[in-house]
Design a protein around this ligand. Structure first.
Ligand code: F6R
Length: 373
């Protein structure tokens, strides 16, 4: 059932083009549609939601744990930038105990692959008790969290067996992007042209993902080169920040190697003290609004002897001189980069864990769904 792959994790990483297609296809307007519909993803589930009021007088609270929390953090950037809807992101385990301010009219978005995470379920219940409408983004159909919510959006990623989440994460990102476009159209923050461009990008994303997966062998070589490192840093800014957090989590959970994700701008506030020639620093330096500032962070790390593994956009001619290793990904809209950029980091973690001889699919001390609080 691993279909020729040595681990479920590898199989699930390689399933991502198909999984993203499954998440998006039913919601995307037909290709080539030239009427007003081409910028409108389909969300009949949300027909009754008062989106202008949500943007003007209320807010979204996202609730999740672990990898799903990283998706939520990306969701905040997407919703706020594309739809101008205010978003808070809470770790589900913290939410109930901090006397959160939630009011009727708010929307609580619980994000969970399994739909069984106890903290996320309890947080969703609390948000609904306080008057919010509950929206679940789940992979497992008819799971507890799906049943607890007023509305459910399924990612349709297919079963995820490996404990380390991969396709569940990128499909959550795809769903949140679709949702941000939908909300942006309803608040008026997104023009039809811009929305249609993003939806076209989502439609074409599986092809770009195939190109990234085609680099698996090159990423394995990079993993071999750095396998003796015991501390890793992952840096990104903007939407690449949650991707950096997720890259670090992937590495620590399956290889038991210490890794931390940081926002680029934070490194000089502490973590740069960790940097020396034994520390590989994965820098997410894809082209886009934060590119030049990211390069400045990269230079700071390099000046302290840190070894740079850069994730960059195809066609970037500067990065080769600045980094020890470069992984290139196809150019896509900056809002779609998180989905694409996650994949090389999954592969890097996978190969490092495999080279260490770890039990990739069943890492020690971890369970696929955490049903206790
Ligand atoms: C990491 C991982 C966990 C889960 C977390 C939430 O690879 O799998 O961090 O993301 O336990 O699980 P769900 O999404 O099922 O609520």
């Amino acid at each position: 059932e691993k279909q020729g792959f040595s681990h479920f994790m590898a199989k699930e990483i390689f399933e991502q083009p198909q999984a993203i297609r499954a998440t998006t296809s039913g919601r995307l307007p037909r290709a080539g549609e030239d009427d007003l519909g081409r910028g409108e993803p389909s969300f009949p589930e949300l027909a009754e939601l008062d989106v202008p009021a949500l943007a003007a007088r209320a807010k979204v609270t996202m609730l999740a744990c672990g990898t799903s929390w990283h998706a939520a953090l990306a969701g905040k950037y997407l919703f706020e930038q594309l739809a101008r809807v205010p978003v808070e992101v809470d770790l589900a385990s913290e939410f109930r105990y901090r006397q959160p301010i939630v009011r009727p009219g708010d929307l609580a978005v619980a994000i969970s692959q399994s739909g069984e995470t106890a903290d996320t379920r309890a947080a969703l219940m609390e948000a609904r008790r306080l008057g919010a409408t509950g929206l679940a983004i789940c992979n497992v159909v008819d799971s507890s969290i799906a049943r607890e919510a007023d509305r459910v959006l399924y990612t349709h990623a297919g079963p995820e067996i490996s404990v380390a989440s991969t396709k569940a994460f990128t499909t959550q990102l795809a769903m949140l992007t679709l949702l941000a476009v939908h909300l942006g159209r309803r608040t008026g923050a997104l023009t039809l042209e811009r929305a249609a461009g993003l939806l076209d990008g989502l439609r074409e994303l599986p092809v770009a993902l195939d190109a990234v997966l085609g680099q698996a062998a090159a990423i394995e070589i990079i993993a071999r080169r750095w396998r003796s490192a015991r501390d890793w840093l992952y840096l990104g800014r903007g939407l690449a920040f949650p991707v950096a957090l997720e890259g670090a989590l992937k590495l620590k959970e399956i290889s038991y190697v210490h890794a931390e994700g940081y926002a680029c701008g934070e490194i000089k506030h502490g973590p740069i003290a960790l940097v020396d020639e034994r520390v590989p620093v994965v820098v997410l330096a894809l082209e886009g609004p934060g590119y030049h500032k990211t390069l400045a962070s990269l230079e700071e790390v390099r000046a302290r002897g840190g070894k740079i593994i850069a994730l960059a956009s195809a066609g970037d001619r500067r990065i080769g001189d600045l980094a020890d290793d470069v992984i290139l990904v196809p150019q896509v809209d900056p809002y779609l980069q998180p989905i694409l950029a996650s994949v090389p980091l999954q592969l890097l973690a996978y190969h490092l864990a495999r080279l260490e001889g770890r039990d990739v699919d069943q890492p020690r001390n971890l369970a696929k769904s955490v049903t206790v609080e």
